[in-house]
Design a protein around this ligand. Sequence first.
Ligand code: GLA
Length: 541
Amino acid sequence: MRNSIIYFAAIFTALLLTASCDDSIKYEVDHTPTMGMSFWNAFQLNINEDLVKDQALAVKELGYADAGYKFINIDDGFQTPRDSAGNFQYNAQLFPSGMRSVADYIHSLGLKAGIYTDAGDNTCGSENKYAYGLGTGLYGHEEDDCKLFFDEWDYDFIKIDFCGGQHAGLDEKEQYTRISKAIRSCDKKDIIFNICRWRYPGTWAEDVANSWRTTYDIRPWFSRVKYIIDENLYLQAYTRNGHYNDCDMLEIGSKWPGSDATLSHDEELTHMAYWCIASSPLIMGCDMRKVPESSREVMLNADLIAMNQDKLGLGAPVVQKEGEVYVVAKDMERIMGPKRAVVVMNLSEEPATIDVSLDALGFKGDVKLYDCFSHKDVDKPASGIYTVSLQPHASAAFFATGKRIEKSVYQAEESYMNKFSTIEGVSSPLYKASNSAGQGMYVTGLGSDPDNWMQWDNVYSRRGGKYVATVRYAADGACGFTLCVNGEEVKNVDGLDTGSQNDNWQTVNVEIRLKKGLNTIRLYNANGAMPSIDYLQLSKK
Ligand code: GLA
């Protein structure tokens, strides 16, 4: 008996270890970020059937649909309280022909139709007091409502808010997972599902939804566009496998209702460029019939849209930072292929000049630069450094093409942390700023759980072979980790202690073998704490 317990315990441990090393990354995605428009920012609750049809027609007639903006997403405000049997009701005064007929009209224009609800009881706009939205959420009606929205009414997209979820005290992971099952049980397939939880919900969202909001609602520059960029800079690893961080609707070409604040032209370009390079859904939030020409050009910028709709569907981590000037970049078309997208943003209040390091961008020798704002090649190829001067809040956006070099330093903040979340009160590992860490950032709070791991998804080796992996760490008390390459355990490292979790950084070397092309490297500790990690450096042996 005892032997069989030991035997099963050994198998269980082996399964746990294998599960902790296991990886699965898609290098080409089924869905690129959703593009379309939504009614909330410009119209809030003041929507009706004619307005929806009118805006859909504008999207079709004014060139937005041809540029890729296909979804016409009805937001909050079309509901009325359920009937006495609990059946969902739309407001027949506002939508006299009915929701199905509106979706049919949208489809007749060659566009896609989107709808809105809440994961809990009440919608956000109801503020838990206005009757129209009370009890209209999905909670307790998941399957019936999904069948109505998708199989009867034929909608193609749904945004699911969480004000009612909070009000009903629901657990977001459980409830959104239940909803996802209800969506998948519908006859209609290929429904795009957007979670609106206003924080990065956690990596479970990738199994459940196509995209998820990461922040509170967008507003003009100071209160929100800048905050949204700041919040998303270090969430880029979670945009992967065709599932996306949603930076919220575009606030381009519009005024927030009740305010005169608009974005300047530079701010609109920075807003669009960041949403595009970060592979955020692009959901326009303006009155489509009243967009100033310069804003229309920003939203129809074909180069930025191509950057957004790239088939790799990657996020864009920070590759260089000087104060509040950031360089973010991602591969385009092929991982480690010759073409990269680059956005340089001055988020500070002063004009700034930055020498963009083309080495840090992963290039060697001459690099051809194409300017995505002027749609022209930059005069002559750059080498080593490319200097960019920017007014406050302005940016530059490029495609860079050249010979790539193997990347040697993988910052911890570029890694994917499996238990990461920014929901208040959820236990999560953290990205933390520190002047003593490389690029001013490190990660901490990993380990003590087989699922609490970090992983670099796209570790590239030109020829494959032996490497030394140098891990820079700091630890208060004995910590350790197991290093896995491509799902296989390579080494356990124990007894790491530098006397501090965020200082006295030291390094430890592990010999590894990479295969030719793309590899994953994971660090985990199922039973004890991991040290804080600053970066992983690879040197070819
Ligand atoms: C929340 C969402 C918004 C919008 C409103 C509708 O605030 O974050 O985008 O959908 O609800 O009430």
